[in-house]
Ligand binder design. Structure first.
Ligand SMILES: Nc1nc2c(ncn2[C@@H]2O[C@H](COP(=O)(O)OP(=O)(O)OP(=O)(O)O)[C@@H](O)[C@H]2O)c(=O)[nH]1
Ligand SMILES: [Mg+2]
Length: 448
């Protein structure tokens, strides 16, 4: 596949729609428009034009066409967008007409973005953010993707890389030009800079996975004794009958996942088997899965059965920790249910009393759940790491810096700093490490 080919592809999803957009990018873009019978266009001005079949001259569609002149386009090349009617027959006929134009070929997946990256229009973190934005199911996910696409991570990583390259250049200068007129504190200053960077990196890495969590969805598990109403609560939150509800204890055996959008946050909530010891091997496996899911969730809702209040199921109590939301269901069965919240002993403090049956306390529970989920994603502070790839490269960079600081030979330290620079470079797609001499000569005027 040549990168000099002019490429085209539908930019909108397949299927029937009012409008479909076909995008063309490359040097032959204007030629392609000409072959379709589109007259001359002003850049960036949407123009109505008839698209004709280049061989038969049949009209294919009455369209709107816009052209972006190189380098001021998404890919940096000449780009055109054909806004055509979104019926499969129209789309197919225009694509096939474009395929017949010499030098044009259908784009590979991701090829437009690849070209934008090659043209320096965006770095790797921005290209990933673009994919995340297209994949975003909820508003908070879209916000995070937009922030990263705007360069929130790129700016930080570029800055770190620049500072690291500078430290490395200074170290190279100390190694290569020991007799030259270097400022006395060069070595001390450069190691101070590396140490400072290491601290910033550690802080960035200690983000508790909030960016990845928002990107992948927050995992919540409902656990509790059999018959507490876990499946009923799940169905209420999902607003559909996702799980079977019955008065028979031990109804739910498997983990049942439901996707929720809680005020813009993506949540994967799991209903689980009631916790109890049983000789039924299938139910026992269900209980094992329930415990496993509770362990691997970001948040656990421990649901107790109000029918036996104030008795607390010990197996469920065992799984409660600081991040557990404690809830008692079936408060409609409690004598003074509505007053209980004001008059309970320490064990039950901060407990939500709800009734899935009559809706009591449910709104309050949902708003607490939403608040906790929002806290777990903590969007307020700096832009977070959003992928394992970022975390891996940053950890590698950090390890190399730590090694460099304790190396006993400056040459070995330099090699480690070089690895650290490379790890950061891989993050953003900035791979050339040898922009060092500019810094050396710029700072010290060595050799004049
Ligand atoms: N009175 C009352 N009954 C409820 C309430 N919520 C659920 N129930 C009933 O409690 C019984 C058990 O409900 P489920 O939702 O199946 O309970 P579960 O916790 O999923 O039970 P297992 O799957 O067996 O672990 C059903 O008969 C429900 O109708 C409530 O708020 N009040
Ligand atoms: Mg159930």
């Amino acid at each position: 596949m040549s990168t000099s080919d002019t490429i085209f592809a539908p930019a909108t999803a397949p299927g029937r729609a009012g409008i479909a957009v076909i995008r063309i990018s490359g040097a032959k873009t204007l030629k392609a428009l000409d072959r379709l019978g589109v007259g001359s266009l002003k850049p960036r001005v949407m123009t109505r034009a008839k698209l004709n079949d280049p061989t038969t001259a049949d009209t294919l569609d009455d369209a709107l066409v816009v052209w972006f002149e190189t380098p001021n386009s998404f890919t940096g090349e000449d780009v055109a967008e054909l806004h055509i009617h979104g019926g499969p027959a129209v789309v197919e006929s225009v694509l096939s007409a474009l395929n017949g134009v010499g030098g044009l070929r259908p784009a590979e997946p991701g090829e437009f973005t690849r070209r934008a990256f090659d043209a320096g229009k965006l770095d790797l973190t921005q290209a990933e953010a673009l994919a995340d934005l297209v994949d975003a199911d909820t508003r908070a996910q879209a916000r995070q993707a937009l922030r990263q696409m705007g360069g929130a991570l790129k700016t930080t990583y570029d800055d770190w890389r620049e500072r690291l390259v500078k430290a490395l250049a200074h170290l190279e200068a100390v190694i290569d030009f020991p007799d030259e007129d270097l400022p006395d504190d060069t070595a001390q200053a450069l190691w101070g800079a590396v140490e400072g960077l290491e601290k910033e990196l550690s802080k960035h890495l200690a983000d508790d996975g909030r960016g990845e969590r928002l990107r992948n969805g927050i995992h919540v598990a409902i656990i509790g004794p059999p018959n507490a109403g876990k499946s009923s609560l799940l169905n209420l939150l999902a607003q559909r009958e996702a799980a079977i509800v019955s008065e028979i204890a031990g109804t739910t055996r498997d983990v049942i996942d439901v996707h929720l959008d809680l005020d813009g946050y993506p949540v994967l909530i799991a209903d689980t088997a009631g916790l109890r010891s049983t000789t039924d091997t299938i139910e026992d496996e269900g209980v094992r899965r329930a415990r496993n899911r509770a362990e691997n969730s970001d948040l656990v809702v421990a649901l107790f059965d109000g029918a036996v209040y104030p008795n607390r199921d010990p197996a469920t109590v065992e799984l409660i920790d600081d991040s557990t939301l404690v809830v008692v269901n079936k408060s409609d069965l409690l004598d003074q249910a509505r007053e209980l919240e004001h008059d309970i002993d320490d064990e039950w403090r901060a407990t939500h009393f709800v009734s899935v049956k009559d809706g009591f306390g449910v709104d309050m529970l949902i708003s607490t759940l939403t608040r906790k989920v929002a806290e777990l994603c903590d969007e307020g502070t700096e832009a977070p790491i959003t992928r394992a790839r970022h975390r891996h490269a940053l950890t590698e960079c950090q390890t190399a810096m730590t090694r460099a600081r304790s190396a006993n030979l400056p040459e070995l330290a330099a090699e480690d700093l070089r690895l650290a620079v490379r790890a950061l470079g891989r993050l953003t797609g900035h791979v050339d490490v040898e922009d060092l001499l500019d810094v050396v000569f710029g700072d010290f005027c060595i050799g004049k």
